[in-house]
Design a binder for this molecule. Structure first.
Ligand SMILES: [Zn+2]
Length: 488
């Protein structure tokens, strides 16, 4: 291949630090250099660039299809929330008060202060109180895709922490607690599936402790991903909100008995944080590594041109046509060398690269390189489609099982508190009996310098605890085994 062409910003290309040496620095470079996102002039906020937004749109497409199946409808509510709405549910108001950004203009009609939504329970439930009359109006299932503002964030970590981010929030209303419980867990299950099928990320589903649950909820469930640097990333939550919000906002329905009843409510959400998880989970020292299901470009075709022989370019377009059922990009730009393009698609995590040179045309073959392992294959043109399908599937599965091994290899069940503290320092996936009490959780966090309970795994909920099972920290009766660790 030719090296004569100048690569723009050649010195800026390539990740200059190893992922295992300095994960935060590595992460920042990958996000910027793969052109997923950028810093903005406004403190604490981020710019999602087209390549990053294409990933978010793929997540939206996948999830919108699931929502349709589950009879959840999309809607949109204002981003301005009257101050008095927060006051209606005390726990909720207290939980969010440090994070709320206020608009300096007041609402002209009510004279009230307006907040930028830190979450939309209050503004949505004010409407729900008007819309819900009878048991025939239930269940009500609404989802909203929107932006959220949490002002307390000072320093932005692209996709992981920012004052403004994008998310979806589902808000459902039911006649019975059983139905609410069931569907709140069903949505958590949808999140598990999304992470697996789309992002190739294994997550641990479970219930949050009292301290970690959502402000105003009866219970909160979560999916927890475990990153290669040994920190957990909460990747989505689903809550049974109980009847507190219904009471506060006056949501009632007339039952078949002609009496008024309080309904049960759930809410559930995930955010652009998922993209942060995706980057950290699979990326390597060359940049991003994307699972085929989420990759905006699944196959990059690079014709290798010698001495103005354009045959490889024509051939590249022919191959692209054959593979049109995939997301294919032919890069026939003349101003960049093939080597520069290879680096570029590696940086952007494109799962497969197809190289076509004059020799390959003679031999009736193409060269396929896979991003996850770097392996190269010489593939006869007749076998191309089958091979591409096989490789894409294999990459998806390989990335998932690699991430799963990272969890499996790091699970530790400490015998006592000393071992617990050591395991927390080593950033392991700790599983231990836990009392679930808030004061105990505070001590755990302090003595381990930051580790806390991630969740009581759902798979263990049904298991009976041995009678004398006591909390690893305080020695009081345990309510279950919980996962612990440091987190993002
Ligand atoms: Zn305890």
């Amino acid at each position: 291949m030719s090296n004569s062409k100048k690569s723009p910003q050649a010195d800026e290309k390539g990740i200059t630090v190893k992922k295992t040496d300095d994960m935060p620095e590595w992460y920042g470079q990958v996000v910027m250099k793969s052109e997923l996102a950028d810093y903005s002039p406004v403190r604490g906020t981020m710019i999602i660039r087209p390549y990053g937004y294409a990933i978010w749109q793929k997540i939206q497409d996948y999830f919108n299809a699931r929502l349709k199946e589950l009879k959840v409808e999309n809607a949109y509510f204002p981003m301005f929330i009257p101050e008095s709405f927060f006051a209606k549910e005390a726990e909720h108001a207290e939980g969010f008060s440090p994070e709320v950004a206020w608009v300096t203009n007041k609402d002209e009609d009510s004279g009230e202060r307006l907040a930028l939504r830190p979450t939309s329970e209050t503004i949505m439930y004010d409407s729900y109180a008007k819309w819900i009359r009878s048991h025939r109006d239930l269940p009500l299932r609404i989802n909203q895709w929107c932006n959220i503002v949490r002002w307390e964030v000072k320093d932005v970590k692209l996709f992981l922490r920012s004052r403004e981010f994008l998310w979806q929030e589902g808000h459902c209303v039911y006649t019975t607690e059983e139905e609410c419980d069931k569907e709140a867990l069903m949505m958590l299950d949808e999140y598990v599936r999304l992470c697996k099928d789309l992002l190739a990320i294994p997550v641990i589903p479970g219930k949050k402790s009292e301290k970690e649950k959502f402000a105003g909820a009866k219970w909160t469930s979560t999916i927890e991903a475990y990153m290669p640097d040994g920190k957990f990333l909460q990747s989505g939550t689903s809550h049974n909100l109980g009847q507190g919000f219904a009471k506060a906002f006056g949501i009632t329905y007339k039952g078949e008995d002609e009496q008024n009843h309080l309904p049960w409510q759930s809410s559930w959400g995930f955010s652009t944080r998922l993209i942060g998880a995706l980057i950290m989970q699979h990326g390597d020292d060359k940049g991003l590594v994307l699972p085929p299901s989420i990759a905006p470009i699944q196959i990059a075709i690079v014709p290798i041109v010698f001495k103005k022989d354009t045959a490889p370019i024509d051939e590249a377009h022919k191959v692209a046509k054959e593979l049109e059922s995939y997301e294919v990009k032919v890069d026939d730009r003349e101003e960049y060398s093939a080597g520069w393009k290879f680096n570029q698609y590696e940086m952007k995590g494109v799962p497969l690269r197809i190289e076509i040179g004059p020799k390959d045309i003679e031999k009736g073959q193409v060269v396929i390189a896979r991003r996850d392992t770097g392996e190269k294959y010489f593939v006869k043109r007749g076998d191309l489609k089958d091979k591409v399908e096989e490789l894409l599937q294999d990459i998806q599965e390989n990335l998932y099982s690699k991430a799963q091994s990272n969890i499996d290899e790091n699970i530790v069940e400490p015998k006592d508190w000393n071992e617990f503290v050591k395991a927390a320092e080593a950033r392991k996936v700790i599983i231990a009996p836990f009392c679930g009490k808030e004061d105990c959780e505070d001590i755990i966090k302090e003595e381990t310098k930051g580790a806390n309970s991630r969740c009581f795994p759902l798979e263990q909920q049904s298991k009976d605890l041995p009678e004398d099972c006591t909390c690893i920290q305080c020695g009081k009766p345990a309510i279950g085994y919980a996962y612990f660790g440091k987190c993002y």
